[in-house]
Each structure stands twice: as structure tokens, then as C-alpha cells.
Design a binder for this molecule. Sequence first.
Ligand SMILES: [Zn+2]
Ligand SMILES: [Zn+2]
Length: 79
Amino acid sequence: MAFSDEVIQRAWERAGGQCECQRRTHRHFYNPCGKQLVWAMRGRDGRGGWEADKIAFTGEDTLRNCEVLCWDCHDSIMR
Ligand SMILES: [Zn+2]
Ligand SMILES: [Zn+2]
């Protein structure tokens, strides 16, 4: 997990400050999660907490492979 600050900033802007998760195994099922996040809460648990995760675990540290996830979704894909 080593995205540059620039990639994370751009991913955040792309996401519009919302969780981008579309995994069907999560509680939001067939809907995108879309939870509203707080920039300052990156890497923290709690309201508005989020993290920038890799979409493909073995993929590159690029914007294309970067996904903004709320803490619940981030937690659900930890392995
Ligand atoms: Zn989410
Ligand atoms: Zn999710």
C-alpha cells in the first residue's frame, strides 16, 4: 500500500468524497456504497473514516488501481 499523495488526492476528487465500493459481497449488495467521507479522517475508524485501497491487490500504485473506500468496506476487504 504505497499510493502517492497525488494519486490519493485525485482518487478522492474522482470519488467526490464518497465510498467507491461496488462489491456485491458487502452490506450494500448491488448498490454502490456511496457513503459520505471526510478528507481529514483518512486512515481512521469512525464517522467519515476511509482509506485508499488497491482494486487489484497485486496491481500498480496508480489512480486506475486506486479506490476510495469507507472504513467498513476497507475493513471488509482486509486480508
Ligand atoms: Zn463503503
Ligand atoms: Zn463495500
